[in-house]
Design a protein around this ligand. Structure first.
Ligand code: ARG
Length: 564
């Protein structure tokens, strides 16, 4: 459909964006709304311009009928024969970004802390965006910006030497590191975000160990490496289970020896200045007032900040990959940080698109999940629970299947449910997680779409086995068939929308609508019992729908099953 839309726009000499899908069947299939816009520039009445557009498009091969409506819309009805003949390419996604590169920084958990249910959002949403970017032709660099450097390591080193429970570390190393970290906070009476400026003896000790680490002390470095390794082990287990892969893993520590140079450059170019002993970037409006709070790029004690690392990171990425876009995912709490460091990057001459893709925190009915409140829901525990609930459902529905099959169904459905739950709502809205909604076989859920796919596959199988029937040419289209077929033509646009807006829920909405259009079609029409040419045509609609569901879910990072 997008190719046709572009074609019509070119013929009519109007901007591509003014050819859109019609919102209601009575307006046809496509609508050109350029006349109102051009009327101002050309100083002509919109309907006169609409008449010119109509003239230019009405004889196109695909167009059955075109008419002017309202103040100057041009409504276009597409020929059924064209829709039928082009069906083979209905699901094509234009590789409109071919030749362009994008760096996407997602997941990026912090070493020595378990990944919690909040991190799942970054990992799952980021992975879906990555796949959509690839689908439209981008060369994608997926970068896991591991939180593996910073003041917490001074605290951890002290706590590890003082209070380590070696058995616990052996059994569950990251959980033990978290315990040690929390114990340090309690004993030193500092809060999680406190830097090591407070002067309790314990804090002084941590500060000294941090300095040693930063200066390359071999013992501290070895401990740090151990913390990173055990954490990565655990993260990798989760990535493997989620089917998530990165192209590079450049944690915060990677940028350590670029920080001084970055700050030097900021000072030399007059971007950072001294203020109360620290080096700071101000963001001032022309009238001298602050547009946003200043960012500290080097503290009074010489230490660098998260923001310094991010500035160095952007410079590095630009230099190494010359990307058209840099996309970074975090939760909503970091918006100010990103506005600040993007502004700094701009002043340093970075011109590519810088996008902070933020998402709301996920809540369980009881409240927010965070390490701070100690209400920690491990991602793995969540997935285990999803699988075991899905296993129960699968056992109730198909007790006759061998257990191994039911386990595999449970794995795919449980994972699909958790992922889809995360992806299907606008990422900037608050997500409340409930098992019933996530695992539901009806409504806008992962299992519902997986089930829709499996059901169509079973129709196709039956066609083959019991009727020796294969999908064939699409023939005459009755109303719900036509609705389904035009819906299939929107697949490419839905994928492009995810890539351009970084909002995976747009693809979820599309797939849910598509499954609905299929349901209506299937409720109204015989497929296998129809006469052979009609049957072949309807089987083709089934096949295309199944392919769209599978391709769409694959982009979302969700597997499908041939039977459920
Ligand atoms: N480690 C950070 C956190 O857990 C996220 C890092 C995101 N990426 C970045 N370049 N700042 O909050």
């Amino acid at each position: 459909m997008l190719d046709l839309m572009n074609d019509l726009a070119t013929r009519a000499g109007v901007p591509m964006g003014t050819v859109v899908r019609a919102r209601k069947a009575e307006f046809g299939d496509l609508q050109i709304n350029a006349a109102m816009q051009l009327s101002k520039a050309e100083k002509k009445p919109p309907r006169e311009i609409a008449a010119r557009i109509l003239e230019a498009v009405k004889d196109h091969d695909a167009v059955a009928k075109a008419e002017i409506a309202g103040p100057g819309f041009v409504n276009i009805f597409i020929k059924d024969a064209w829709l039928a003949a082009q069906a083979g390419s209905a699901l094509a996604v234009r590789r409109s970004a071919a030749g362009q590169r994008v760096v996407i920084d997602y997941s990026s958990p912090n070493v020595a802390k378990p990944m919690h249910i909040g991190h799942i959002r970054s990992t799952i949403i980021g992975d879906a965006i990555k796949r959509a970017l690839r689908a439209v032709g981008y060369e994608v660099v997926a970068d896991n910006h591991l939180g593996d450097w910073g003041t917490q390591f001074g605290k951890l080193i002290v706590a590890y030497r003082k209070w380590l429970d070696a058995d616990a570390f052996q059994r569950a190393p990251v959980a033990e590191l978290l315990r040690l970290y929390i114990k340090f906070q309690e004993e030193s009476k500092t809060k999680e975000d406190d830097d090591l400026d407070a002067a309790t003896p314990l804090v002084k000790e941590a500060r000294a160990e941090l300095v040693k680490l930063q200066q390359g002390d071999p013992e501290n470095l070895a401990l740090w490496q151990k913390f990173v390794d055990v954490s990565m082990n655990e993260f990798n287990r989760v990535y493997q289970r989620l089917g998530v892969e990165f192209d590079v893993l450049l944690g915060e520590s990677f940028y350590n020896d670029r920080l001084a140079g970055t700050v030097e450059r900021l000072v030399k170019e007059g971007i950072a200045e001294e203020s109360q002993g620290a080096l700071v970037v101000f963001f001032r409006k022309p009238d001298g007032s602050d547009e946003m709070p200043p960012a500290i790029v080097q503290k009074g004690d010489g230490g660098f900040n998260y923001a310094t690392t991010d500035v160095a990171g952007v410079l590095y990425r630009v230099e190494r990959w010359s990307p058209a876009r840099i996309i970074i995912l975090t939760d909503e709490r970091q918006q100010l940080h990103f506005r600040q460091f993007f502004a700094i990057a701009r002043r340093l001459g970075v011109t590519c698109s810088l996008e902070h893709v933020w998402f709301g925190l996920m809540r369980l009915p009881e409240g927010t999940i965070s390490t701070r409140e100690g209400k920690l829901i491990g991602l793995e525990a969540l997935l285990d629970e999803a699988e075991s609930r899905a296993f129960e459902v699968a056992t109730q529905a198909s007790a006759e299947l061998p257990e191994a099959d039911r386990r595999e169904i449970a794995r795919v459905v449980g994972l699909g449910a958790v992922k889809y739950n995360d992806l299907s709502k606008d990422r900037q809205t608050l997500v409340t997680f409930t098992w019933d909604k996530a695992l539901s076989l009806t409504g806008n859920s992962g299992p519902y779409l997986q089930y829709a796919y499996a059901r169509i596959q079973s129709i196709l199988r039956k066609g083959k086995q019991e009727h020796a029937a294969e999908p064939g040419a699409i023939g005459a289209l009755e109303s719900s068939e036509r609705v389904l077929l035009t819906k299939l033509y929107d697949f490419g646009a839905a994928v492009e929308a995810v890539a351009s807006t970084t909002r995976p829920h747009l693809l979820c909405d599309y797939l849910y609508d598509l499954a609905g259009a299929f349901s209506t079609f299937y409720g109204e029409h015989q497929v296998l019992k129809a006469e052979p040419t009609v049957r072949a045509s309807r089987l083709r609609l089934c096949e295309l729908t199944a392919r769209a569901l599978k391709d769409g879910l694959t982009i979302l990072g969700i597997e499908v099953l041939e039977r459920m």
